[in-house]
Design a protein around this ligand. Structure first.
Ligand code: HEM
Length: 187
């Protein structure tokens, strides 16, 4: 018997997508705000801690998301969708998965290179995987910054494509990832 292709993403995939998206936007904004505060104030230190905890949470949820994605098939695209759009969508999604790991990991290793251990929610210390390294510190800081800028550009493209499918193409593709919406037949 042929396995049926789902018409929309599963409730778990949808929940993880929006939770990770919200956390990434919040962590990104907090990163820009905290690095803009001059000097070393208690507020700045508090924001740095929240930023690190939220970032580590993104890493954990990204791992869960990837595992879920590997064991649950995504709904197929409609046969009418051009091949270049398949390629663009798969490429953007693959890079977004890479950056969901790369961005928090670069921040984590930057913090360790600076000699600061990460104490998750102030409760327990996460593994110190590298020694403090003053030569590596500025490199990882730049890597964290540029991976973030790359991710911002990709998220912009991702949202623009979703809006085009929703408003211009009206092909039901965007609705497959929206909570509380009925996805249109796609095949
Ligand atoms: C989704 C996850 C993350 C996002 C979106 C993110 C985003 C950002 C952004 C936009 C900045 C400002 C960059 C700049 O203007 O120089 C920043 C800075 C920073 N991030 Fe992250 N980050 C994430 C995860 C992490 C993690 C997990 C850690 C450490 C555990 C971390 C540690 C830092 C530190 C220490 C800075 C300050 C850099 C400096 O010294 O100026 N980040 N982050």
């Amino acid at each position: 018997m042929k396995a049926s292709t789902p018409q929309r993403y599963s409730p778990t995939a949808i929940a993880l997508h929006w939770l990770v998206a919200l956390l990434i936007v919040g962590t990104f904004t907090l990163g820009l705000v905290m690095t803009d505060i001059p000097g070393l104030t208690p507020t700045k230190l508090k924001y740095f801690s929240w930023h690190k905890w939220a970032g580590v949470t993104v890493l954990l949820l990204a791992a869960l998301r990837l595992l879920w994605r590997l064991r649950t098939p995504a709904p197929a695209y409609p046969a009418t969708m051009p091949a270049w759009q398949h390629l663009a969508a798969h490429g953007t999604h693959a890079f977004l998965y890479l950056l969901m790991f790369g961005v928090p990991l670069s921040g984590y290793f930057y913090t360790l290179a600076a000699g600061v251990p990460v104490v998750y929610f102030g409760l327990f210390q996460l593994p110190v995987l590298i020694e403090p390294d003053l030569a590596l510190k500025p490199v990882l800081k730049a890597v964290h910054y540029w991976l973030n800028m790359g991710m911002a550009a990709l998220v912009f493209m991702h949202v623009a494509a979703a809006l085009k499918h929703l408003v211009v193409d009206r092909d039901g593709i965007t609705q497959r990832m929206l909570p509380f919406s009925k996805a249109k037949e796609v095949q």
